[in-house]
Design a protein around this ligand. Structure first.
Ligand code: BG6
Length: 498
Protein backbone atom coordinates (compact mmCIF):
# COMPACT_ATOMS: atom_id res chain seq x y z
CA UNK A 1 0.00 0.00 0.00
CA UNK A 2 1.48 3.40 -0.84
CA UNK A 3 1.21 4.93 2.55
CA UNK A 4 -0.11 8.41 3.06
CA UNK A 5 3.03 9.24 5.06
CA UNK A 6 5.75 10.90 3.05
CA UNK A 7 9.26 9.52 3.47
CA UNK A 8 11.80 11.54 5.42
CA UNK A 9 15.24 12.35 4.03
CA UNK A 10 16.63 9.10 2.70
CA UNK A 11 19.88 7.54 1.63
CA UNK A 12 19.00 4.49 -0.45
CA UNK A 13 21.98 2.15 -0.62
CA UNK A 14 21.67 -0.32 -3.47
CA UNK A 15 23.98 -3.34 -3.20
CA UNK A 16 24.30 -5.19 -6.51
CA UNK A 17 23.84 -1.89 -8.31
CA UNK A 18 25.29 -3.20 -11.55
CA UNK A 19 23.00 -6.23 -11.66
CA UNK A 20 19.87 -7.02 -13.65
CA UNK A 21 17.38 -6.49 -10.81
CA UNK A 22 18.66 -2.96 -10.17
CA UNK A 23 18.62 -2.10 -13.84
CA UNK A 24 15.25 -3.63 -14.68
CA UNK A 25 13.16 -2.98 -11.59
CA UNK A 26 14.67 -1.04 -8.70
CA UNK A 27 16.04 2.06 -10.42
CA UNK A 28 13.08 2.48 -12.82
CA UNK A 29 10.77 2.27 -9.78
CA UNK A 30 12.78 4.89 -7.87
CA UNK A 31 12.73 7.15 -10.92
CA UNK A 32 8.95 6.87 -11.22
CA UNK A 33 8.60 7.67 -7.53
CA UNK A 34 10.66 10.76 -8.22
CA UNK A 35 8.45 11.74 -11.19
CA UNK A 36 5.33 11.29 -9.06
CA UNK A 37 6.75 13.54 -6.34
CA UNK A 38 7.07 10.74 -3.77
CA UNK A 39 10.80 11.04 -3.11
CA UNK A 40 11.86 13.34 -0.30
CA UNK A 41 13.62 16.56 -1.19
CA UNK A 42 16.80 15.18 0.29
CA UNK A 43 17.33 11.83 -1.37
CA UNK A 44 20.46 10.04 -2.47
CA UNK A 45 20.88 6.77 -4.30
CA UNK A 46 24.18 5.20 -3.28
CA UNK A 47 24.87 2.54 -5.90
CA UNK A 48 27.24 -0.07 -4.51
CA UNK A 49 29.00 -2.68 -6.59
CA UNK A 50 32.35 -4.36 -6.67
CA UNK A 51 33.25 -3.76 -10.30
CA UNK A 52 34.17 -0.52 -12.04
CA UNK A 53 31.12 1.25 -13.25
CA UNK A 54 31.98 4.45 -15.04
CA UNK A 55 28.85 4.50 -17.12
CA UNK A 56 26.30 3.55 -14.51
CA UNK A 57 24.06 6.58 -15.08
CA UNK A 58 23.85 5.85 -18.82
CA UNK A 59 23.19 2.19 -18.06
CA UNK A 60 20.31 3.15 -15.75
CA UNK A 61 18.95 5.59 -18.30
CA UNK A 62 18.71 2.76 -20.80
CA UNK A 63 17.17 0.51 -18.13
CA UNK A 64 14.46 3.06 -17.44
CA UNK A 65 13.74 3.60 -21.12
CA UNK A 66 13.32 -0.14 -21.61
CA UNK A 67 11.61 -1.15 -18.40
CA UNK A 68 9.68 1.74 -16.90
CA UNK A 69 5.91 1.86 -17.47
CA UNK A 70 6.52 5.41 -18.72
CA UNK A 71 9.29 4.56 -21.18
CA UNK A 72 12.03 7.04 -22.02
CA UNK A 73 12.63 9.59 -19.24
CA UNK A 74 12.11 13.32 -19.82
CA UNK A 75 15.61 14.84 -20.12
CA UNK A 76 15.22 17.51 -17.42
CA UNK A 77 13.81 15.08 -14.84
CA UNK A 78 16.54 12.59 -15.60
CA UNK A 79 19.21 15.21 -15.14
CA UNK A 80 17.96 16.03 -11.65
CA UNK A 81 17.48 12.38 -10.68
CA UNK A 82 20.90 11.30 -11.95
CA UNK A 83 22.39 14.12 -9.89
CA UNK A 84 21.24 12.21 -6.80
CA UNK A 85 23.20 9.13 -7.83
CA UNK A 86 26.47 8.35 -6.13
CA UNK A 87 28.55 5.34 -7.15
CA UNK A 88 30.66 3.48 -4.64
CA UNK A 89 32.95 0.61 -5.57
CA UNK A 90 33.35 -1.77 -2.66
CA UNK A 91 33.82 -5.42 -2.02
CA UNK A 92 31.01 -6.52 0.30
CA UNK A 93 33.11 -9.37 1.66
CA UNK A 94 35.70 -7.00 3.21
CA UNK A 95 35.14 -5.27 6.55
CA UNK A 96 36.97 -2.11 5.43
CA UNK A 97 34.35 -1.59 2.73
CA UNK A 98 31.66 -0.96 5.30
CA UNK A 99 33.75 1.62 7.07
CA UNK A 100 34.10 3.44 3.71
CA UNK A 101 30.35 3.19 3.14
CA UNK A 102 29.63 4.54 6.63
CA UNK A 103 31.93 7.52 5.95
CA UNK A 104 30.12 8.33 2.71
CA UNK A 105 26.72 8.17 4.42
CA UNK A 106 27.86 10.25 7.41
CA UNK A 107 29.38 12.90 5.16
CA UNK A 108 26.13 13.29 3.25
CA UNK A 109 24.08 13.61 6.42
CA UNK A 110 26.53 16.13 7.85
CA UNK A 111 26.02 18.15 4.69
CA UNK A 112 22.23 17.84 4.99
CA UNK A 113 22.49 18.91 8.61
CA UNK A 114 20.77 15.94 10.20
CA UNK A 115 20.11 12.24 10.36
CA UNK A 116 18.37 10.61 7.39
CA UNK A 117 16.70 7.24 6.98
CA UNK A 118 18.99 4.62 5.53
CA UNK A 119 17.64 1.86 3.35
CA UNK A 120 20.04 -0.97 2.51
CA UNK A 121 18.67 -2.87 -0.45
CA UNK A 122 20.31 -6.20 -1.28
CA UNK A 123 19.84 -6.76 -5.00
CA UNK A 124 22.58 -9.40 -4.78
CA UNK A 125 22.77 -13.18 -4.89
CA UNK A 126 21.51 -14.63 -1.57
CA UNK A 127 25.02 -15.88 -0.81
CA UNK A 128 25.92 -12.25 -0.05
CA UNK A 129 23.03 -11.58 2.36
CA UNK A 130 24.92 -12.91 5.33
CA UNK A 131 28.29 -11.17 4.69
CA UNK A 132 26.56 -7.86 3.95
CA UNK A 133 24.37 -8.05 7.08
CA UNK A 134 27.45 -8.92 9.09
CA UNK A 135 29.50 -6.12 7.52
CA UNK A 136 26.78 -3.55 8.20
CA UNK A 137 26.37 -4.81 11.74
CA UNK A 138 30.09 -4.83 12.52
CA UNK A 139 30.51 -1.30 11.15
CA UNK A 140 27.70 -0.05 13.41
CA UNK A 141 25.47 0.68 10.42
CA UNK A 142 22.58 -1.53 11.54
CA UNK A 143 21.93 -0.53 15.08
CA UNK A 144 19.71 2.52 14.63
CA UNK A 145 16.38 0.65 14.78
CA UNK A 146 14.43 3.80 13.95
CA UNK A 147 16.25 4.95 10.82
CA UNK A 148 17.85 1.85 9.28
CA UNK A 149 16.06 -0.76 7.16
CA UNK A 150 17.30 -3.78 5.26
CA UNK A 151 15.51 -5.06 2.17
CA UNK A 152 16.08 -8.58 0.87
CA UNK A 153 14.77 -10.32 -2.19
CA UNK A 154 13.74 -13.91 -2.54
CA UNK A 155 14.90 -16.67 -2.59
CA UNK A 156 15.23 -16.71 1.17
CA UNK A 157 16.89 -20.06 1.32
CA UNK A 158 16.56 -23.17 -0.71
CA UNK A 159 14.82 -25.17 1.99
CA UNK A 160 13.85 -24.86 5.64
CA UNK A 161 17.39 -25.26 6.97
CA UNK A 162 19.00 -22.76 4.65
CA UNK A 163 16.18 -20.31 5.35
CA UNK A 164 16.95 -20.56 9.06
CA UNK A 165 20.62 -20.01 8.37
CA UNK A 166 20.04 -16.85 6.31
CA UNK A 167 17.37 -15.53 8.60
CA UNK A 168 19.39 -16.10 11.75
CA UNK A 169 22.27 -14.20 10.17
CA UNK A 170 20.00 -11.25 9.33
CA UNK A 171 18.36 -11.28 12.76
CA UNK A 172 21.71 -11.22 14.51
CA UNK A 173 22.23 -7.65 13.36
CA UNK A 174 18.77 -6.37 12.50
CA UNK A 175 15.55 -6.29 14.42
CA UNK A 176 12.52 -7.93 12.75
CA UNK A 177 10.89 -4.51 12.26
CA UNK A 178 13.93 -3.33 10.29
CA UNK A 179 13.68 -6.27 7.88
CA UNK A 180 11.69 -5.96 4.67
CA UNK A 181 11.44 -9.25 2.76
CA UNK A 182 10.11 -8.52 -0.69
CA UNK A 183 7.49 -10.56 -2.44
CA UNK A 184 6.76 -8.37 -5.42
CA UNK A 185 3.33 -9.95 -5.97
CA UNK A 186 2.16 -8.17 -2.83
CA UNK A 187 2.92 -4.80 -4.42
CA UNK A 188 0.63 -5.45 -7.38
CA UNK A 189 -2.47 -3.26 -7.24
CA UNK A 190 -4.81 -6.13 -7.99
CA UNK A 191 -3.31 -8.20 -5.20
CA UNK A 192 -3.77 -5.35 -2.73
CA UNK A 193 -7.31 -5.02 -4.00
CA UNK A 194 -8.14 -8.50 -2.72
CA UNK A 195 -8.30 -7.10 0.80
CA UNK A 196 -10.26 -4.04 -0.32
CA UNK A 197 -12.73 -6.22 -2.17
CA UNK A 198 -13.18 -8.66 0.69
CA UNK A 199 -13.24 -6.30 3.63
CA UNK A 200 -14.51 -2.97 2.31
CA UNK A 201 -17.71 -4.54 0.94
CA UNK A 202 -20.27 -6.38 3.01
CA UNK A 203 -21.56 -8.63 0.23
CA UNK A 204 -18.65 -11.03 -0.14
CA UNK A 205 -18.00 -11.99 3.45
CA UNK A 206 -21.23 -13.98 4.04
CA UNK A 207 -20.55 -16.27 1.09
CA UNK A 208 -16.78 -16.50 1.55
CA UNK A 209 -16.68 -19.90 3.20
CA UNK A 210 -17.15 -23.64 2.84
CA UNK A 211 -20.92 -23.30 2.74
CA UNK A 212 -20.88 -21.45 -0.59
CA UNK A 213 -17.43 -22.00 -2.06
CA UNK A 214 -16.80 -25.30 -3.82
CA UNK A 215 -13.12 -24.79 -4.55
CA UNK A 216 -10.54 -22.13 -5.25
CA UNK A 217 -8.03 -22.12 -8.10
CA UNK A 218 -4.92 -19.95 -8.17
CA UNK A 219 -3.08 -19.78 -11.48
CA UNK A 220 0.17 -18.02 -12.38
CA UNK A 221 1.08 -19.03 -15.91
CA UNK A 222 3.80 -17.53 -18.07
CA UNK A 223 4.67 -17.97 -21.73
CA UNK A 224 8.26 -17.05 -20.88
CA UNK A 225 10.80 -19.80 -20.40
CA UNK A 226 13.74 -19.52 -18.06
CA UNK A 227 15.48 -17.04 -20.38
CA UNK A 228 19.04 -16.46 -19.16
CA UNK A 229 18.27 -17.64 -15.63
CA UNK A 230 18.97 -21.34 -16.18
CA UNK A 231 21.80 -21.30 -13.62
CA UNK A 232 19.50 -20.06 -10.88
CA UNK A 233 16.42 -21.93 -11.98
CA UNK A 234 18.11 -25.33 -12.06
CA UNK A 235 18.46 -25.08 -8.26
CA UNK A 236 15.07 -23.52 -7.73
CA UNK A 237 12.29 -24.94 -9.89
CA UNK A 238 8.70 -23.77 -9.96
CA UNK A 239 7.84 -24.77 -6.41
CA UNK A 240 10.57 -22.64 -4.84
CA UNK A 241 10.47 -19.88 -7.44
CA UNK A 242 6.73 -19.20 -7.42
CA UNK A 243 4.69 -21.36 -5.05
CA UNK A 244 6.62 -20.98 -1.79
CA UNK A 245 6.25 -17.21 -2.00
CA UNK A 246 3.89 -15.64 -4.55
CA UNK A 247 1.19 -18.29 -4.72
CA UNK A 248 1.15 -18.85 -0.98
CA UNK A 249 0.78 -15.11 -0.43
CA UNK A 250 -2.22 -15.04 -2.77
CA UNK A 251 -3.70 -18.00 -0.96
CA UNK A 252 -3.31 -16.17 2.36
CA UNK A 253 -5.09 -13.07 1.08
CA UNK A 254 -8.01 -15.10 -0.22
CA UNK A 255 -8.37 -17.32 2.83
CA UNK A 256 -7.46 -15.05 5.76
CA UNK A 257 -9.87 -13.81 8.41
CA UNK A 258 -10.76 -10.10 8.50
CA UNK A 259 -8.07 -8.06 10.26
CA UNK A 260 -9.13 -5.87 13.15
CA UNK A 261 -7.24 -2.94 11.65
CA UNK A 262 -5.25 -2.26 8.51
CA UNK A 263 -2.07 -2.67 10.41
CA UNK A 264 1.11 -4.47 9.37
CA UNK A 265 1.16 -6.94 12.21
CA UNK A 266 -2.54 -7.58 12.35
CA UNK A 267 -2.67 -8.39 8.65
CA UNK A 268 0.43 -10.54 8.81
CA UNK A 269 -0.90 -12.39 11.86
CA UNK A 270 -4.05 -13.25 9.95
CA UNK A 271 -2.01 -14.43 6.97
CA UNK A 272 0.25 -16.60 9.03
CA UNK A 273 -2.85 -18.18 10.59
CA UNK A 274 -3.79 -19.43 7.12
CA UNK A 275 -0.37 -20.95 6.55
CA UNK A 276 -0.48 -22.61 9.95
CA UNK A 277 -3.88 -24.06 9.13
CA UNK A 278 -2.68 -25.66 5.89
CA UNK A 279 -3.01 -29.40 6.13
CA UNK A 280 0.47 -30.96 6.08
CA UNK A 281 1.26 -33.10 3.05
CA UNK A 282 2.62 -36.47 4.22
CA UNK A 283 5.39 -37.89 2.06
CA UNK A 284 3.22 -40.79 0.97
CA UNK A 285 0.55 -38.39 -0.31
CA UNK A 286 2.82 -36.20 -2.39
CA UNK A 287 1.84 -38.00 -5.57
CA UNK A 288 -1.86 -37.23 -5.05
CA UNK A 289 -1.47 -33.69 -3.70
CA UNK A 290 1.22 -32.42 -6.05
CA UNK A 291 2.06 -32.54 -9.73
CA UNK A 292 5.26 -31.52 -11.47
CA UNK A 293 6.14 -30.89 -15.07
CA UNK A 294 8.94 -29.80 -17.34
CA UNK A 295 8.42 -28.27 -20.75
CA UNK A 296 9.36 -29.95 -23.99
CA UNK A 297 9.82 -28.00 -27.21
CA UNK A 298 6.65 -26.53 -28.68
CA UNK A 299 5.02 -23.57 -30.36
CA UNK A 300 3.78 -20.47 -28.57
CA UNK A 301 1.99 -17.79 -30.54
CA UNK A 302 3.56 -18.97 -33.76
CA UNK A 303 7.13 -19.15 -32.41
CA UNK A 304 8.97 -22.44 -31.92
CA UNK A 305 10.36 -22.73 -28.37
CA UNK A 306 13.07 -25.13 -27.32
CA UNK A 307 12.77 -27.64 -24.49
CA UNK A 308 13.85 -26.65 -20.98
CA UNK A 309 16.73 -29.11 -21.15
CA UNK A 310 18.09 -27.25 -24.17
CA UNK A 311 18.06 -23.84 -22.48
CA UNK A 312 21.44 -22.27 -21.57
CA UNK A 313 22.97 -23.46 -18.27
CA UNK A 314 20.48 -26.29 -17.94
CA UNK A 315 21.48 -29.93 -17.50
CA UNK A 316 20.48 -32.17 -20.42
CA UNK A 317 19.00 -34.61 -17.88
CA UNK A 318 17.60 -31.97 -15.57
CA UNK A 319 15.03 -33.05 -13.00
CA UNK A 320 13.96 -29.46 -12.29
CA UNK A 321 10.25 -28.77 -12.54
CA UNK A 322 9.12 -25.81 -14.64
CA UNK A 323 5.51 -26.52 -13.70
CA UNK A 324 4.04 -27.26 -10.29
CA UNK A 325 0.52 -27.78 -9.05
CA UNK A 326 -0.67 -28.45 -5.52
CA UNK A 327 -3.90 -29.36 -3.83
CA UNK A 328 -4.14 -27.81 -0.39
CA UNK A 329 -6.69 -27.66 2.39
CA UNK A 330 -7.03 -24.97 5.02
CA UNK A 331 -8.10 -26.78 8.15
CA UNK A 332 -10.28 -24.26 9.96
CA UNK A 333 -13.95 -23.48 10.42
CA UNK A 334 -14.19 -21.32 7.34
CA UNK A 335 -12.51 -23.59 4.82
CA UNK A 336 -12.60 -27.15 6.06
CA UNK A 337 -12.56 -29.55 3.06
CA UNK A 338 -12.61 -26.84 0.38
CA UNK A 339 -9.75 -27.66 -2.02
CA UNK A 340 -7.38 -24.87 -2.97
CA UNK A 341 -5.67 -25.74 -6.23
CA UNK A 342 -2.47 -23.85 -7.03
CA UNK A 343 -0.65 -24.07 -10.34
CA UNK A 344 2.21 -22.25 -11.98
CA UNK A 345 4.36 -22.92 -14.99
CA UNK A 346 6.75 -21.55 -17.55
CA UNK A 347 6.16 -21.78 -21.30
CA UNK A 348 2.46 -22.22 -20.83
CA UNK A 349 -0.28 -21.40 -23.32
CA UNK A 350 -0.81 -17.83 -22.07
CA UNK A 351 0.43 -15.20 -19.64
CA UNK A 352 -2.20 -15.11 -16.98
CA UNK A 353 -2.36 -14.80 -13.20
CA UNK A 354 -5.73 -15.08 -11.56
CA UNK A 355 -7.68 -16.46 -8.65
CA UNK A 356 -10.95 -18.15 -9.34
CA UNK A 357 -13.51 -18.72 -6.61
CA UNK A 358 -15.84 -21.42 -7.81
CA UNK A 359 -19.16 -21.37 -5.94
CA UNK A 360 -21.25 -24.41 -5.19
CA UNK A 361 -23.94 -25.51 -7.59
CA UNK A 362 -27.55 -24.67 -6.88
CA UNK A 363 -29.07 -27.20 -4.48
CA UNK A 364 -32.01 -27.88 -6.77
CA UNK A 365 -32.52 -27.31 -10.49
CA UNK A 366 -35.77 -25.48 -11.08
CA UNK A 367 -35.29 -25.03 -14.82
CA UNK A 368 -35.95 -27.72 -17.40
CA UNK A 369 -32.87 -29.37 -18.92
CA UNK A 370 -33.78 -27.77 -22.27
CA UNK A 371 -32.91 -24.38 -20.74
CA UNK A 372 -29.21 -25.30 -20.91
CA UNK A 373 -28.51 -25.92 -17.28
CA UNK A 374 -25.19 -25.57 -15.58
CA UNK A 375 -23.33 -24.51 -18.67
CA UNK A 376 -21.23 -22.37 -16.40
CA UNK A 377 -20.76 -22.59 -12.65
CA UNK A 378 -20.86 -19.30 -10.77
CA UNK A 379 -17.34 -18.02 -10.44
CA UNK A 380 -15.69 -14.89 -9.19
CA UNK A 381 -12.38 -14.34 -10.92
CA UNK A 382 -9.82 -11.97 -9.49
CA UNK A 383 -7.65 -11.02 -12.44
CA UNK A 384 -4.09 -10.08 -11.58
CA UNK A 385 -2.33 -10.17 -14.91
CA UNK A 386 -2.56 -9.19 -17.79
CA UNK A 387 -6.14 -8.06 -17.18
CA UNK A 388 -6.57 -6.30 -13.88
CA UNK A 389 -10.01 -6.53 -12.43
CA UNK A 390 -12.84 -8.79 -11.35
CA UNK A 391 -15.16 -10.94 -13.38
CA UNK A 392 -18.32 -12.50 -12.03
CA UNK A 393 -19.42 -15.39 -14.20
CA UNK A 394 -23.01 -16.48 -13.86
CA UNK A 395 -26.06 -17.65 -15.78
CA UNK A 396 -28.69 -15.34 -17.27
CA UNK A 397 -31.82 -15.79 -19.33
CA UNK A 398 -31.36 -15.26 -23.01
CA UNK A 399 -33.74 -12.62 -24.36
CA UNK A 400 -36.64 -14.13 -26.30
CA UNK A 401 -39.77 -16.15 -25.94
CA UNK A 402 -38.11 -19.49 -25.17
CA UNK A 403 -36.51 -20.20 -21.84
CA UNK A 404 -32.79 -20.53 -22.48
CA UNK A 405 -30.05 -19.88 -19.98
CA UNK A 406 -26.71 -18.57 -21.07
CA UNK A 407 -23.42 -17.90 -19.29
CA UNK A 408 -22.61 -14.21 -18.97
CA UNK A 409 -19.83 -12.12 -17.40
CA UNK A 410 -20.00 -9.00 -15.28
CA UNK A 411 -16.68 -7.16 -15.38
CA UNK A 412 -14.82 -4.58 -13.39
CA UNK A 413 -11.65 -3.29 -15.02
CA UNK A 414 -9.10 -1.20 -13.18
CA UNK A 415 -8.08 0.66 -16.28
CA UNK A 416 -11.59 1.64 -17.23
CA UNK A 417 -12.75 2.47 -13.73
CA UNK A 418 -9.81 4.59 -12.64
CA UNK A 419 -8.29 5.74 -15.93
CA UNK A 420 -4.87 6.00 -14.36
CA UNK A 421 -1.58 4.38 -15.03
CA UNK A 422 -1.22 1.78 -12.27
CA UNK A 423 2.12 2.03 -10.40
CA UNK A 424 4.46 -0.93 -10.77
CA UNK A 425 4.69 -3.29 -7.79
CA UNK A 426 8.23 -2.14 -7.01
CA UNK A 427 7.17 1.50 -6.80
CA UNK A 428 4.60 0.68 -4.14
CA UNK A 429 7.00 -1.53 -2.22
CA UNK A 430 9.99 0.83 -2.29
CA UNK A 431 7.93 3.73 -1.07
CA UNK A 432 6.56 1.54 1.71
CA UNK A 433 10.11 0.68 2.76
CA UNK A 434 11.03 4.35 2.85
CA UNK A 435 8.07 5.20 5.08
CA UNK A 436 8.64 2.08 7.17
CA UNK A 437 5.32 0.36 6.40
CA UNK A 438 5.85 -3.41 6.48
CA UNK A 439 2.27 -4.48 5.68
CA UNK A 440 3.15 -5.80 2.23
CA UNK A 441 6.33 -7.59 3.25
CA UNK A 442 6.85 -11.12 4.46
CA UNK A 443 7.53 -11.71 8.10
CA UNK A 444 9.98 -14.44 9.05
CA UNK A 445 7.27 -16.69 10.50
CA UNK A 446 5.36 -16.67 7.18
CA UNK A 447 8.38 -17.71 5.20
CA UNK A 448 9.24 -20.38 7.72
CA UNK A 449 5.79 -22.00 7.73
CA UNK A 450 5.72 -21.92 3.94
CA UNK A 451 9.02 -23.81 3.76
CA UNK A 452 7.86 -26.29 6.38
CA UNK A 453 4.78 -27.14 4.41
CA UNK A 454 6.65 -27.67 1.17
CA UNK A 455 9.54 -29.71 2.52
CA UNK A 456 7.93 -33.15 2.05
CA UNK A 457 7.14 -32.33 -1.58
CA UNK A 458 10.62 -30.96 -2.24
CA UNK A 459 12.23 -33.97 -0.59
CA UNK A 460 10.15 -36.58 -2.37
CA UNK A 461 10.70 -34.88 -5.73
CA UNK A 462 14.44 -34.60 -5.16
CA UNK A 463 14.74 -38.24 -4.10
CA UNK A 464 12.64 -39.53 -6.99
CA UNK A 465 13.61 -38.02 -10.33
CA UNK A 466 10.59 -37.65 -12.60
CA UNK A 467 10.62 -40.58 -15.06
CA UNK A 468 8.47 -38.73 -17.59
CA UNK A 469 10.28 -35.37 -17.96
CA UNK A 470 9.78 -33.49 -20.24
CA UNK A 471 6.06 -34.07 -19.86
CA UNK A 472 4.28 -31.05 -21.30
CA UNK A 473 4.66 -29.23 -24.56
CA UNK A 474 5.63 -25.57 -24.57
CA UNK A 475 2.41 -23.70 -25.28
CA UNK A 476 0.13 -26.13 -23.43
CA UNK A 477 -1.56 -25.96 -20.02
CA UNK A 478 0.81 -28.33 -18.28
CA UNK A 479 1.18 -32.09 -17.74
CA UNK A 480 -1.57 -34.66 -17.58
CA UNK A 481 -0.80 -35.43 -13.95
CA UNK A 482 -1.98 -31.93 -13.11
CA UNK A 483 -5.36 -32.59 -14.72
CA UNK A 484 -5.58 -35.83 -12.75
CA UNK A 485 -4.85 -33.96 -9.52
CA UNK A 486 -8.11 -32.03 -9.81
CA UNK A 487 -10.04 -34.71 -11.71
CA UNK A 488 -9.63 -36.90 -8.66
CA UNK A 489 -12.12 -34.57 -6.90
CA UNK A 490 -14.41 -34.38 -9.94
CA UNK A 491 -13.02 -30.95 -10.89
CA UNK A 492 -11.07 -29.51 -13.79
CA UNK A 493 -8.82 -26.51 -14.30
CA UNK A 494 -11.14 -24.00 -15.90
CA UNK A 495 -9.72 -21.99 -18.76
CA UNK A 496 -8.41 -18.66 -17.48
CA UNK A 497 -10.48 -15.61 -18.31
CA UNK A 498 -8.45 -13.96 -21.03
C1 BG6 B 1 9.67 -13.99 -10.05
C2 BG6 B 1 10.15 -15.33 -10.52
O1 BG6 B 1 9.65 -13.92 -8.65
O2 BG6 B 1 8.35 -13.77 -10.54
C3 BG6 B 1 10.12 -15.40 -12.03
O3 BG6 B 1 11.47 -15.54 -10.05
C4 BG6 B 1 8.76 -15.06 -12.55
O4 BG6 B 1 10.52 -16.70 -12.47
C5 BG6 B 1 8.26 -13.76 -11.96
O5 BG6 B 1 8.85 -14.97 -13.95
C6 BG6 B 1 6.82 -13.49 -12.33
O6 BG6 B 1 6.46 -12.22 -11.92
P1 BG6 B 1 5.50 -11.31 -12.76
O7 BG6 B 1 5.32 -10.06 -11.96
O8 BG6 B 1 6.16 -11.07 -14.08
O9 BG6 B 1 4.22 -12.08 -12.90
Amino acid sequence: MISSNAPGNTQFVLFGAGGDLSWRLVVPALFNLYLDGHLPEKFRLVAVDRSDNDHLAEHYLKGIAENSRRGKPPADAWQIFSGMLHYLKIDATEAASFKALGDVLDAQEAQWGGKADRVFYLATPPSLFEPIARGLGAAGLAQDREHVRLVVEKPLGNDLDSFHQINDALCKFFDERQLFRIDHFLGKETVQNILAMRFANPIFEPIWNRRYVDHVTITAAETLGVEKRGGYYEHAGALRDMVQNHLFQLLCLVAMEPPVAYDADDIRDKKVDVLRALRPIPREEVSICASRGQYAAGWIQGVKRQAYRDEPDVDQRSNTETYAALKLYVDNWRWQDVPFYLRTGKRMAADVSEISIRFRDVPHHSFPASAGLNAQPTRLVIQINPEQGLVLKFMAKEPGASLRLRPVDMRFSYKEAFQVDVPAAYETLLLDVMVGDATLFMRADQVEVAWKLLMPVLDVWAENPAPDFPNYTAGSWGPESSDLLVAHDGNSWLTPTL
